[in-house]
Design a protein around this ligand. Structure first.
Ligand SMILES: Cc1cc2nc3c(=O)[nH]c(=O)nc-3n(C[C@H](O)[C@H](O)[C@H](O)COP(=O)(O)OP(=O)(O)OC[C@H]3O[C@@H](n4cnc5c(N)ncnc54)[C@H](O)[C@@H]3O)c2cc1C
Length: 195
């Protein structure tokens, strides 16, 4: 993998550095790429649609569409696949030794998961998780928040024969939403998981 990737004419405007290739950073980098001298820094060479991750866990082929190489939507600018380790008032420093000067800085680091660096390795990770689900007779999910509920539902839809147990210590599932929606969620799960 080339790092950094150079593409297009490099831009002639102000030096803009965007840190973080999640939803916010990727969208900003895509939008600014022809209007600035852009440097885009992310520890991964791909953007991942976060709300597709649980579907991708039960259906790895889905990840083919939800993992997008940064260079597939960026035609102009410079991509550095590395972690930012320090920021001064004029420069950004990366773990692989880049020192990038900026006029404008966008910090869109959201939260940091230790995800594989390459898209291909992330796809393999989904494949491995999926094989574990396929091989399991029963599956225990701890936590009845959005992730636990969604994962339980995704498994129940694709693997109706599996015994799925959801453990939750709250008074109801998805406590942050309206109780009626919470009840409906529980009813749906009961009909699919505890037939
Ligand atoms: C399973 C799941 C389902 C979700 N469903 C929804 C939904 O339905 N609707 C909704 O609105 N929201 C949903 N969300 C929340 C939504 O995904 C987040 O609000 C959104 O991802 C935040 O975007 P972000 O770009 O700020 O941060 P993130 O997506 O967290 O991206 C941060 C990026 O910064 C990079 N980064 C971190 N540290 C560094 C560093 N030091 N140097 C360089 N790069 C760094 C990371 O690698 C990452 O690429 C969901 C989240 C998950 C996990």
């Amino acid at each position: 993998m080339e790092n950094p990737l150079e593409w297009g004419d490099g831009g002639r405007g102000r030096r803009v550095v965007v840190i973080g290739g999640g939803v916010v950073g990727s969208l900003i980098a895509k939008s600014l790429q022809f209007d600035a001298d852009l440097t885009f820094i992310d520890p991964k060479d791909y953007f991942e649609i976060p709300w597709a991750s649980l579907r991708a866990t039960v259906e790895p082929l889905f990840a083919e569409r939800s993992l997008i190489h940064h260079k597939d939507y960026l035609a102009n600018g410079r991509l550095i696949v590395s972690e930012v380790t320090n920021i001064t008032n004029k420069e950004v420093l990366t773990a692989d030794g880049h020192q990038v000067t900026y006029d404008y800085l966008v910090v869109a680091t959201g939260h940091y998961d230790h995800l594989p660096v390459t898209r291909i390795d992330r796809l393999e990770e989904y494949q491995t998780e999926n094989e574990k689900i396929k091989a399991a007779h029963s599956i225990l999910i701890v936590g009845g928040g959005p992730t636990g509920v969604e994962l339980a539902a995704e498994i129940a839809v694709d693997f109706p024969q599996k015994k799925v147990t959801l453990v939750h210590d709250g008074s109801r599932l998805l406590e942050f939403i309206d109780p009626k929606a919470s009840d409906k969620t529980l009813e749906w799960l009961k009909t699919r998981m505890w037939k």
